[in-house]
Structure formats: C-alpha cells, structure tokens
Design a protein around this ligand. Structure first.
Ligand code: SAH
Ligand code: TYD
Ligand code: ZN
Length: 409
C-alpha cells in the first residue's frame, strides 16, 4: 500500500488524506444468485496533489468495469434533475450558439436528460456515451448518440466528421475520467475558436463543509476546486471564465472554460478563489479535520442503527445510490441493520447492494407497511423524496440523515 501517487493532471506528488479501505464498485448491484467471490474490490483512498492542488483517488478502476451496457444509473430518475437539465439546455441554446448551424456535444449524456431538450429544439448535437444501455434510452428520446468513451481520439474524429462544437458540455462526468489530459486535448481539438466547455461536478468545498464523504467512490475520480480547475485549464491553453455554484447533488460548481484570452473572466472566479484560499480548502489541517469528522459520522451512524435494532425498531434504507456504497461498506452496515433499501431504478431492484449485500426493492415496498425509521441515502434528493413520501412522516415515521451530521427526526 502506497500513501503517495502521481497526479493525473500535472504528474506532481499526490499525498493521501483518507483511506476507506477495500470497497466494491459503487454501481455493481449483484443478482442474489451471484458468487460473492466474483465481486471486484479495490482500495478507495483519496489524496491531494501538492503541486496543482487537484484532489483525486489514489487508485484507478479500469473504466470498462464501471461503464458498460448494464450501467444502472439513469439520470432522469429525479424530477428535480430533469428540470435542472432542461433549464441548462434552454440556457445553452439561448446564450451560446452562433452561426446558422450550431453544434452541441455532450460528454456522458446518459439517458439524454439534457440533450432531449436540444433535440426537441432541432439543434445539431451529439452525445458521447459509453454505457450502451442508457445511451439506447437517449436514442429512443430522439437524441443522437455515439457509443464511446470521450477522449482525444474520439474528439478528433468528431471534429473531422462534423466540424467544431460551439458548446461541449459534461455533467457529473468529467470528474469520472482519470485520463483528463486526453479529454482536454480532445476538447481543444473539437471546440470552435470562440466556443465554451461547460462542466458541472460535485464541489470539494461542499464535501469538506458538509463532511459528505459518500461523494467519494470509484466513479468520482476527481474532486474539483476553482483553483485546481483553473490550473488544469491553463495547461491546455484554456481559461476558467466563469463559475456558478449549483444546489444539485449536494453542492456542485458549473465551470465554464474558453480558449485563453477569448473571454474576460467574470468576477465570480476571483471571488470563489478568494473564498477557497480563506477556507484553506486543501491545507493539511483542513483535511485532517475532515478525516476526523468522517470517523465521527461513521461511529455515530453505526451506534444509532445498533440502538434502533436493539429497541426492535423497523429500519429500511431509501435510495440505493452509488454514494451509499461508501457509507455502507466503510461503516460495515449490512442487512442485519438495514434489511432492504427502496429505489425507483428498475435495474437495481431485485439485486443486492455491492459489498454490503442489502436487497434493493421497489418504492412500493416502503409503505407496505411503513417502517419506523428510514435512512435517506439519496440525501441530495431530500426535498423531492420527502415530499413524495410525506405520508411516511405523517404516519409517525422518522428519517435518518448523516449529512452534514447524524440526525434523526
Ligand atoms: N450527465 C448525466 C450522467 C452522469 S453519470 C447526469 O449528470 O446525470 C456519468 C456518465 O458518464 C455515465 O453515463 C457514464 O457512462 C459516462 N462516462 C463515463 N466515462 C465517460 C467518458 N470517458 N466519455 C463519455 N462518457 C463517459
Ligand atoms: P443519485 O443520488 O442521483 O446518484 P448516485 O447514485 O450517483 O449517488 O441517485 C439517486 C438514487 O435514488 C437513484 O438510484 C434513484 C433513487 N431515487 C428514488 O428511489 N426515488 C426518488 O424519488 C429519487 C429522486 C431517486
Ligand atoms: Zn497535480
């Protein structure tokens, strides 16, 4: 086991600040009949580059193990996220298109949650999506999709075939890609001279502020900050020209990159940089404080679940998220503490959670009858889920949350 590695952005020295130990693939929900010996595990540990400040995993999982025909995550599963991506598409269509035949490319379009709006507007577009199951859903919604991993080669071929892109967009995908150098080389090959590369991903500042350690899992290779993104852009002749904080998925930033010198950065960039500096976001004592709080959440959550079991209360989970894999496996929570988790995703239902082997059931099982307590693993969708399941609380049920701290009520 090594506590240093090389930065995937600048080749600097990355020093580890937290080790979650042996973890499974977060989205590898297994059939109950599967041989547990076949399950893939890796060491989930996270570190920070002392040169460029990029926060990243210490070990990489081969991409084909995570993103394939059976990738179960469907972006359209949340009403709030559907509205978010519709508004995003409308904004890109209204502000970023030029010329008579504009072109939008999305990296990781999943089931087409964003590009559906672009397709409906009749604007030329292309989604690049390696997971063919979700890509086929996008295609069924009228989205043009190419089944491949976006990297330098893919991007060059698209540029040659279809010309430059006014907008390259990626949501919750850029942070999934360890070979970022290749992706950015592809972006610079494909982007129109005055085009923009817009991407949004979980913000490391929010992860630290809320101790949302469950954002750390195999698919999330990078944990961006304004400072690290700005440095990464500069290495590729790009410039960070805007940042916007987003309330979705527990706190994200939408970064806008343009070719260096083509657009004046908005005041928001300098303002957030100053905020990050004041917070000393990646300083050793900040990271040590985060690590101590993560252990505290683990101890409190497991103590609470054991106490509930001892009292004979009926506990279930809500939302078989990828994030929950880190919580369940790091805290050692299995079916003895949480007998099942409800989730609206058909591809997860009837299967077991990776590593922790908790059965996943359809949302109807939640009310049949209501449990005493529900652990909200999809805490980033709290408003939507609590509104939908208002009858649970009305019946005397209580929710357990663990972000930003363990809480029952
Ligand atoms: N944009 C959607 C999907 C996020 S899930 C949303 O915000 O909800 C991440 C997606 O990225 C998955 O569908 C995965 O298959 C895809 N992906 C992973 N690596 C990729 C790569 N190199 N190029 C393009 N897509 C990739
Ligand atoms: P999400 O938190 O979006 O992402 P990740 O898997 O990357 O952590 O996952 C939300 C999960 O919760 C997804 O499996 C669908 C499920 N879900 C419900 O069961 N009901 C709901 O109302 C919503 C919004 C989500
Ligand atoms: Zn670096």
């Amino acid at each position: 086991m090594s506590t240093t590695s090389r930065c995937r952005v600048c080749d600097g020295l990355v020093t580890e600040f937290f080790d979650f130990g042996r973890q499974p693939l977060s989205d590898a929900f297994i059939p109950p009949t599967a041989d547990p010996a076949e399950e893939f595990f890796f060491r989930l540990a996270v570190g920070v580059c002392r040169e460029c400040t990029m926060v990243q995993l210490m070990e990489e999982v081969p991409r084909e193990r995570m993103f394939h025909a059976d990738y179960p995550y469907h972006s359209s599963g949340s009403l709030v996220m559907r509205a978010h991506f519709e508004a995003t598409a409308e904004r890109l269509l209204a502000t970023e298109l030029t010329g008579p035949d504009p072109f939008i490319v999305e990296i990781g379009c999943n089931d087409g949650v964003m590009l559906r709006t672009v397709a409906r507007a009749g604007v030329r577009h292309l989604g690049v999506e390696p997971s063919s199951g979700v890509a086929n859903v996008a295609a069924a919604h009228g989205v043009r999709v190419q089944h491949s991993f976006f990297e330098a080669e893919t991007a060059r071929a698209i540029a040659e075939r279809e010309g430059p892109a006014d907008v390259i967009y990626a949501a919750n995908t850029l942070c999934h890609i360890p070979y970022l150098g290749s992706v950015l080389a592809g972006v610079t090959a494909l982007l129109a001279p005055d085009g923009v590369f817009v991407f949004e991903d979980p913000y490391f500042g929010d992860i630290i502020a809320q101790t949302s350690f469950d954002q750390i899992y195999d698919e999330h290779f990078f944990y961006f900050t304004v400072r690290s993104v700005r440095a990464m852009a500069a290495r590729h002749g790009l410039e960070l020209v805007d940042v916007q904080r987003l309330p979705v998925h527990g706190g994200e930033i939408r970064y806008t990159l343009a070719r260096a010198g083509t657009r004046a950065p908005t005041p928001a960039v300098a303002a957030l940089l100053a905020e990050e500096d004041a917070a000393r976001l990646v300083a050793p004592d900040t990271l040590a404080g985060f690590a101590a709080r993560v252990r505290g959440v683990r101890d409190e959550l497991t103590a609470l679940l054991r106490e509930l079991r001892a009292r004979g209360e009926r506990v279930v989970g809500y939302g078989a998220t990828a994030k929950s894999a880190t919580v369940l496996n790091y805290c050692g929570i299995g079916p003895e503490l949480i007998p099942f988790i409800c989730d609206s995703t058909p591809a997860k239902q009837g299967r077991l959670t990776p590593g922790s082997h908790i059965p996943v059931r359809e949302p109807a099982a939640f009310a049949d009858p209501y449990p005493d307590v529900a652990v909200l693993f999809a805490w980033n969708h709290a408003e939507e889920i609590m509104a939908k399941e208002a009858a649970f609380r009305a019946s005397g049920g209580r929710w357990v949350r663990y972000v930003p701290r363990v809480w029952i009520g």
